[in-house]
Design a protein around this ligand. Sequence first.
Ligand SMILES: *Cc1c(COP(=O)(O)O)cnc(C)c1O
Length: 426
Amino acid sequence: MNREKSQKLFAQALNAIPGGVNSPVRAFRAVGGEPFFAVRAQGARIWDVDDNEYLDYVGTWGPAIHGHANPVIIEAIREAAGRGTSFGIPNPLEVEMAQWIIDAVPSVQKVRLCNSGTEAVMSAIRLARGFTQRDNIIKFEGCYHGHVDSLLVKAGSGALTFGNPDSAGVPNAFVQHTLVVPYNDEAAVRRVMEAHRGKVAGIIIEPVAGNAGVYEPRPGFLEFLRQITSEHDTLLIFDEVMTGFRLARGGAQELYGITPDLSCFGKIIGGGLPVGAFGGRRETMDFLAPLGPVYQAGTLSGNPLAMAAGLASLKLLNRETYKQLESSGEALEKGLREIATLAKVPVTVNRVGSMICAYFTSGSVWNLEDAMRSDRVRFAKFFHGLLEEGIYVAPSQFEAGFISTAHGGVEIDLTLRAIEKVMSKL
Ligand SMILES: *Cc1c(COP(=O)(O)O)cnc(C)c1O
């Protein structure tokens, strides 16, 4: 594929933007090479500046559940834009969006809207701390909760030690209240809760981990978290920025039948525009300013364009949508497994609904440590092979692939044929 114009743009970008990108994973560092520059996208497809066409499994990292440039969503944005882009005073669409989320997610009685998933999580954590008057937060290895200072922590040296910052520029003091434990490890959670009795404000988790590939909670793990948090008057916080409205209308909490205390949303609820939201029980949420002592605000929060796009996107979701996503996901998963077996390439396919990941390892993957056993060199080859075949998957082993309703039988077949070709050469 000729990517001359992309290469030229990337050279310019490298001069003007750190790493040439505005979000690190886009730089292709994990797989080598250079990103392409997109100019348009439609349905399951995306085109670059050199007019190459790709079948897209990144889906703008989750929001594009209806594919790209869905005409209903685009029209909603157009119409909203004609009335003004931001008002700085309440607008009716905010109320409609809040009510929509409340109706879909029973654990949410009130919701506050903001501008990104990062903001949603940051605010939910602040609220949990303010509400419980405790400082410590437990998070899980491999879970990403946006680039919130205190959550940029992966594994400490042990479950009982305080976390070490994962990013320069985060003072140790900012993460000293972040306790990190392995995903799916009940004993570790129990130990940390015991060691910090009466001091843990919240446990935050991606109910399906989607930022280190994809791995599921073991049967009973979320139930265990629900129980231990209740026993300790600790808030259970589900980060559903990725899973919300993707795995079910009521998110992962509906799928697994767990009621968290606080939930965070983003991605799909913005229909491709910047958005975030967090919500929970009335008495917890009323701790937020202007009613309560926990401050939280935003110049563009509840933005009418984002609300219009998000509402249009949410209104397109129904029982049929989720059925279709499940069957497309199933076809892709089954095909991938068969191809890998035939090609004798050790691959573990993890999938929940329309989130999928093929790890290049033979062992099952239930946490970050398992995920790290994948052959990343092999993945990089797989990635570039697919890209040459016009299939764009996330440029890292440790990302989820997203299926949209625009990925029909034709697209899945095309994808599997390309995978077959690439796998045979790995
Ligand atoms: C994407 C994501 C975030 C961060 O959202 P941004 O809008 O990128 O700030 C937080 N949590 C999870 C689980 C996510 O997938």
